[in-house]
Design a protein around this ligand. Sequence first.
Ligand SMILES: [Zn+2]
Length: 127
Amino acid sequence: MFGTPDASNDPLATSTRRCGGCGQPAVRCFHVTHHYYKGIPSGRTYEHRCEACGVTFETLSPWRIVTEILSALLLVPMGIFMTFAALANISSSWWLALIGLVMGGAGVWIGVSAVKAVLAETRNPRA
Ligand SMILES: [Zn+2]
């Protein structure tokens, strides 16, 4: 289970997709990222390229979508809370507000990337 990651049996990595841009069934996955959180597999990111028009996009494994949305749901409220808590006590802990903003921003970015990957999945169906 924790051996060398192998995507050759993964249909999300090996199947050809129909391009949402040019309509050609010429989209191939050229890179798979295996994510781990503290040694626990937390899903895969697939990078695809259309060989007809050159467009690239990413999709996520279902488990990666779950872990990304969960981290976004955790980071955004924590970041907002930290920012406001720090601003209420600005003289001693202004830098906590910056950390809070970075956390909230990272959460939003992760959430947006998960949504974009789901949209890419529906726009570029497996052929
Ligand atoms: Zn294309």
